[in-house]
Design a protein around this ligand. Structure first.
Ligand SMILES: *[C@@H]1O[C@H](CO)[C@@H](O)[C@H](O)[C@H]1NC(C)=O
Length: 493
């Protein structure tokens, strides 16, 4: 008797990180079980068939930089989205797996409590699969000794900060984290900005009574990012362990990264749509509007900077493209962007504007609509590489028979969608604006499948997925290159 499949995706142009071609996909249960050439499933029986009509069929998006349900760690404010609303927004934009942060405070000495508390926030409410990066605020002896347990619990990445008073580690602490990460095959993500430079610039601006949102950009000069990036690379090379530099915004920082990669170092890098589409003009808006685009690092000088970041994506300098979804409501003076408006500062004070922008739902469509990346590269940086770097490959991020979960995006056939202007009303997050309002788009996921279930059907009811269907994805070690030397690290003599 012929196999009966649960779902067939026919007439698509399948794109993975390595291949593009006319293939058809058969799904049984949660898995991709067969991929064959066009017409190869003509006689197959299935519960459901999706005709892609020539649209691109790609692995579901993986967003590896997401802040949800976080307390005020970066100044004032708390993030607008929780695990339910953030993952709902994600799935409506074609993201099927997210890795969010589990933030440990400086006042805490254990990471495991943080991990368990974050599990409790995500459990039974997510629309998509999820994992956590442990954000190390206090690398105490106890915290360092817990790295091994993190791996046993399916967590293989950490994040550290070189800035923000509440989180900043000094170089010795960074070395502690890198050394223990090396032992446990953990990838360390680094927010590379020099916190003292930023504090100094902030004080300079305050002395001159310059408080408008646009001075947020001035207070985070490119030099602070360039210096910290180079320092992070140096510390990583010294310990011989991989790092991922998050949200790189400055061409000169990208150039340091590229040079390190050319020397064979396991230095990985991430950028985000903010640095492809926004510039300092977006921070310099009438009144307080610029606050909508306050994030760190800030949008940079000019379109030429954005062009360089696009080039870095195309030429492999950037390993992944993530959203850095970190939403704060604009019209909210208790937890949102307007918190710093007071009698003392009627137009606000840039220093107190919560840092971050929403973007989990717009990342894929915005980037694909720009038509500036080769399609395989698009899949690589938005899905396959995040899976490889963070230990989810090939279950996630690929379309591999018998191995990959059936996490799939089916896009509109090229040219079929009428161009439209993006608006916040279209989105499903819990934030009252998008920094990309009005952008002209020509794509959006038409269908999204997560572990075999159609969870998004743009014209057939929109969100079909269910709260709680998303589950914790256990991660192993990175499958990208690790330390160059396999021996245990020792003091160089
Ligand atoms: C690749 O992109 C990076 C980052 O924008 C840039 O520094 C580098 O010059 C580019 N080209 C090559 C060939 O490395």
């Amino acid at each position: 008797m012929a196999t009966r499949y649960d779902l067939l995706i026919i007439n698509g142009v399948v794109v993975t990180d390595t291949e593009i071609g006319e293939y058809e996909i058969a799904i049984k249960g949660e898995k991709i079980v067969k991929i064959v050439g066009r017409g190869g499933l003509k006689d197959a029986k299935a519960v459901k068939i999706i005709d892609a009509e020539g649209g691109y069929v790609m692995p579901g998006g993986i967003d590896a930089h997401v802040h949800l349900d976080e307390p005020p760690l970066f100044g004032k404010g708390s993030t607008a989205d929780n695990y339910e609303t953030g993952s709902r927004s994600a799935v409506c934009g074609g993201t099927t797996t997210m890795v969010t942060f589990a933030p440990q405070k400086k006042s805490e000495d254990t990471l495991l409590d943080t991990l368990h508390a974050t599990h409790a926030k995500a459990k039974d409410v997510c629309y998509i699969d999820y994992s956590f990066h442990l954000l190390v605020g206090n690398p105490s002896d106890k915290a360092l000794s817990e790295f091994k347990t993190l791996r046993e619990e399916g967590v293989s990445s950490l994040k550290i900060y070189m800035t923000y008073e509440a989180l900043q580690l000094h170089d010795g602490q960074i070395l502690d984290v890198l050394l223990e990460s090396r032992k446990q095959q953990i990838t360390t993500m680094v927010h590379a900005e020099n916190g003292q430079v930023i504090d100094w610039m902030t004080a300079q601006l305050e002395k001159r009574k310059m408080f408008a949102p646009k001075y947020h950009g001035t207070s985070h000069p490119p030099m602070a990012e360039i210096e910290a990036t180079y320092r992070a690379i140096s510390l990583s090379e010294f310990i011989d362990t991989p790092i991922l530099i998050v949200h790189v915004s400055t061409p000169a920082a990208a150039s340091h990264i590229k040079q390190a990669q050319d020397r064979g170092l396991p230095i990985y890098a991430e950028t985000c749509p903010q640095y492809l589409f926004l510039t300092k003009d977006d921070l310099d808006q009438p009144g307080f509007e610029g606050a909508k685009c306050v994030c760190s690092p800030p949008p940079r000088e000019s379109e030429a900077d954005c062009d360089d970041i696009w080039e870095g994506l195309a030429n492999g300098t950037f390993t992944i493209l993530s959203s850095d979804h970190c939403p704060f409501r604009y019209n909210d003076n208790v937890k949102g962007k307007k918190t710093p408006i007071s009698a003392e500062y009627p137009l606000g004070h840039f220093k107190y504007i919560p840092n971050g922008c929403p973007g989990i739902e717009t990342r894929l469509a915005l980037t694909l609509s720009a038509d500036r990346l080769d399609l395989k590269k698009f899949v690589e940086v938005t899905s396959s590489n995040p899976a490889k770097l963070y230990g989810l490959w090939p279950k996630k991020g690929g379309l591999i028979e018998g191995e990959s979960d059936a996490d799939i995006n089916i896009w509109y056939p090229p040219g079929k969608m009428q161009e439209y202007a993006l608006t916040n009303e279209m989105l499903h997050h819990d934030c009252d604006y998008t920094p990309f309002e009005g952008r002209i788009m020509k794509q959006w996921p038409r269908y999204t499948v997560l572990r075999g279930k159609v969870v998004w059907d743009k014209e057939g009811g929109g969100l079909l997925g269910e709260k709680g269907y998303g589950r914790f994805a256990e991660r192993g070690a990175s499958s990208l290159a690790g330390p160059r030397n396999e021996r245990e690290w020792d003091i160089p003599l």
